[in-house]
Design a binder for this molecule. Structure first.
Ligand SMILES: C[S@@+](CC[C@H](N)C(=O)[O-])C[C@H]1O[C@@H](n2cnc3c(N)ncnc32)[C@H](O)[C@@H]1O
Length: 234
């Protein structure tokens, strides 16, 4: 990562959280990937009201590696056959952790899509830090429709994002959702194919229930077939 990139990101983070800093470091349980994330010792206590208002207005989701992103990144690195040689999209990329894992695992093309321009800046910086190539998109509508696999990690925290489950299928043959916030998807075409224990990093001290990531899979080209390849180990 060039100095200017981290400085720019740091300024963007401090616009919301003036006392925060970005530290580049390897991920716990996924040391192949390093990310620029909010400092580990960032105070978890109540924030001053004006800071709280800024966080709510413009949450810097990209400054954390969410539990589902961490779990899905590990999953892909352990099972590179899921993405090797394939065109992959990371929808709701945040820090870019899943996109970076897909690129490291040998995907032929990786697009990171996020509606937050700061998340795209973070993804670009983190991709450079990990020396992988990732293309950026700020709107799913601008993403080509010829993808093999769409990945979504912790994007359904906002129920208004549920329509993305259908939209994702218009841009990729198959969709793999990792989510710690929703126990069941409203679309029965998505089948739960596994669970993974994980935590957001840095640890937010969240409720235990958010420590379980559920994987849901839909393959529009083979509806009804088994999904063993999604969970199988090498
Ligand atoms: C909780 S973060 C998860 C980030 C990352 N996937 C991870 O696991 O660390 C959710 C991300 O989804 C993005 N997002 C939310 N709604 C979106 C939408 N409709 N299109 C694209 N990105 C969206 C947010 O900006 C945010 O960066």
């Amino acid at each position: 990562m060039r100095g200017m990139d981290i400085d720019t990101l740091q300024r963007r983070l401090r616009a919301t959280l003036p006392m925060a800093r970005l530290d580049c470091r390897p991920l716990p349980g996924c040391p192949e990937i390093s990310l620029a994330l909010i400092n580990d010792d960032f105070p978890l206590g109540p924030l001053p009201p004006d800071v709280m208002r800024a966080v709510i207005a413009r949450p810097a989701y990209w400054s954390l590696c969410w539990g589902s992103g961490l779990a899905l990144a590990r999953h892909l690195l352990d099972r590179p056959e899921l993405v090797r040689g394939r065109r992959v999209v990371d929808l709701g990329a945040g820090s870019g952790v899943v996109a970076i894992a897909a690129a490291m695992a040998g995907a032929a093309r990786v697009i990171a899509c996020d509606s937050d321009p700061d998340a795209l800046a973070a993804t670009a910086a983190n991709a450079a830090l990990n020396r992988v190539a990732v293309t950026l998109a700020d709107d799913l509508a601008d993403v080509p429709t010829d993808n093999d696999l769409m990945l979504m990690a912790d994007v359904l925290y906002d129920r208004e994002n549920l329509p993305l489950l259908a939209a994702a299928c218009r841009h990729a043959d198959a969709v793999l959702v990792a989510d710690s916030r929703i126990a069941e998807l409203p679309d029965p075409a998505y089948r739960q194919v596994g669970t993974i224990a994980t935590l957001t990093y840095p640890n937010l001290g969240e409720f235990d229930e958010f420590g379980t990531v559920r994987l849901f899979y839909r393959d529009t080209t083979a509806e009804g077939s088994t999904s063993s390849t999604v969970m199988s180990s090498r």
